[in-house]
Design a protein around this ligand. Structure first.
Ligand SMILES: Cc1cc2nc3c(=O)[nH]c(=O)nc-3n(C[C@H](O)[C@H](O)[C@H](O)COP(=O)(O)OP(=O)(O)OC[C@H]3O[C@@H](n4cnc5c(N)ncnc54)[C@H](O)[C@@H]3O)c2cc1C
Length: 397
């Protein structure tokens, strides 16, 4: 059985596309039963099946083994977690021997920068696959009572970060207690998170869960000095990250719960510009994350910003419970409103992402015909934020 189809979850690459991608990867033979990707593995290549067949399997070799699909020649493996650094939620096992093309993530990003149409096709398939995983029993298993605040916290964290998971309610599932006993877990130690390879976390913090399965934990962030720190990875924060990082600023986004904000949980957003058929909140969030990371922004969650303070010299620090991230920034008050100036929408700090950046001078004749986008104007003491589209170096608010 080959699950491939022309577009979507099981889309294939044609001969020309494989030819173009070949220069970015390494061909190698496969043998039946070979494990190409193991569940739980973060670092992995993109595999394109050149010949033979590869099965995507949940829990291979366990009593709960489940076949997700089979990829034949032309198909590529994996899902959006490959790009966001999340562990694989399914294993890829060679069913029929043949040949694969292995492409590293760095080489893949390099390739799609040159061939955005193919990049978009791959991304669309990756997002469809994540959507499928979210609706399946793949991923972590959470066992806890619906009345437990910690169960609710962990479920929210998993949902907000679009982590594939299933939940067993201790109040309803008769087999749950038996399962806990088998794992030597008492009811007072719940909720527990069970991961495929037998790892059991007892009432983990959100940070511990992120360390196990999340896209980016705060302790994985690079050095402390950056150009821009953005607190909040909702649509506004992610947009600021895309604009900041695409302008070459070293950008870090810290979110208390997970990237996507409220929008990440919306089943369908019909009024987002450019998506006439609507888009799910999860897809919008994942696309924004991939876009921001493509430009080099680093996104960490959970990382609640507890305060903004002065550092040394011109630096400003955003502190979280875990660490402080400093930006070589200056507080900057935008010029007074001027007639004919460009528009600037400012929102109160409670809703807008609080960002710190150094002031950038207006670049004449930029690639965007003299229009520069950047964020953020943070003024004291009101701490307002805006994304500023300027054609004349003035901010009209
Ligand atoms: C179910 C649902 C459906 C919706 N559908 C639509 C729709 O169809 N159309 C529409 O226009 N709008 C819709 N909305 C509203 C839309 O999602 C919001 O307007 C939008 O998400 C606001 O974006 P934002 O980035 O400003 O804030 P938010 O999305 O609220 O993001 C703020 C982020 O900041 C983080 N944060 C907060 N405090 C801190 C801190 N101290 N440190 C670090 N991070 C912090 C939060 O965790 C959050 O991720 C919907 C909302 C929901 C909940």
């Amino acid at each position: 059985m080959d699950s491939s189809e022309p577009a979507g979850t099981f889309s294939r690459l044609n001969r020309d596309q494989i030819g173009a991608l070949s220069g970015y990867g390494v061909r190698r033979r496969t043998r039946a039963g070979e494990l190409l990707v193991q569940e739980g593995r973060r670092q992995r290549d993109l595999f394109v099946v050149l010949s033979g067949a590869v099965a995507m399997v949940e829990g291979p070799g366990t009593a709960e083994e489940r076949l997700v699909g089979v990829h034949g020649p032309g198909a590529f493996l994996d899902e959006v977690g490959l790009l966001t650094g999340q562990p694989s939620f399914v294993s890829a096992v060679v069913r029929e021997p043949g040949e694969v093309l292995a492409v590293s993530v760095a080489a893949l990003l390099d390739f799609v920068a040159r061939d955005p149409r193919l990049g978009d096709a791959i991304l669309r398939a990756f997002l469809c696959r994540r959507e499928q995983l979210l609706g399946s029993v793949a991923g972590i298993r959470l066992i806890g009572s619906r009345f437990s605040p910690d169960t609710r916290r962990l479920r929210e964290f998993a949902a907000r970060n679009r982590i594939p998971h299933s939940w067993t309610d201790l109040e309803e599932d008769a087999g749950a207690e038996r399962l806990l006993r088998r794992m030597s877990v008492g009811p007072d130690q719940t909720p527990v998170v069970v991961w495929r390879d037998g790892q059991v976390l007892h009432n983990p913090t959100n940070a511990e869960l992120a360390g196990l399965i999340g896209p980016g934990a705060i302790d994985e962030l690079p050095g402390s000095m950056v150009d821009v720190v953005i607190a909040g990875a909702g649509p506004a924060g992610l947009a600021a990250a895309v604009y900041g990082a695409s302008e070459g600023l070293a950008t870090v986004v810290l979110d208390a719960v997970g990237a996507g904000g409220q929008a990440g949980t919306a089943s369908r957003i019909e009024n987002y510009l450019g998506f006439p058929a609507g888009i799910t909140g999860a897809e919008l969030a994942d696309r924004a994350v991939v876009q921001a990371e493509k430009f080099g922004a680093v996104i960490a969650a959970p990382a609640a910003v507890a305060g903004l303070s002065r550092g040394t010299g011109t630096t400003r620090c955003a502190s979280t419970a875990a660490a402080a991230r400093c930006a070589p920034a200056r507080w900057w008050s935008p010029p007074a409103p001027a007639t004919g100036g460009s528009t600037c929408r400012a929102s109160p700090s409670s809703r807008a992402p609080a960002s710190i950046t150094r002031r950038r001078s207006w670049r004449r004749g930029s690639a965007r015909s003299g229009r520069s986008w950047w964020s953020v104007a943070a003024t004291r003491p009101a701490r307002r934020s805006c994304t500023w589209s300027s054609t004349r170096g003035r901010c009209g608010w």
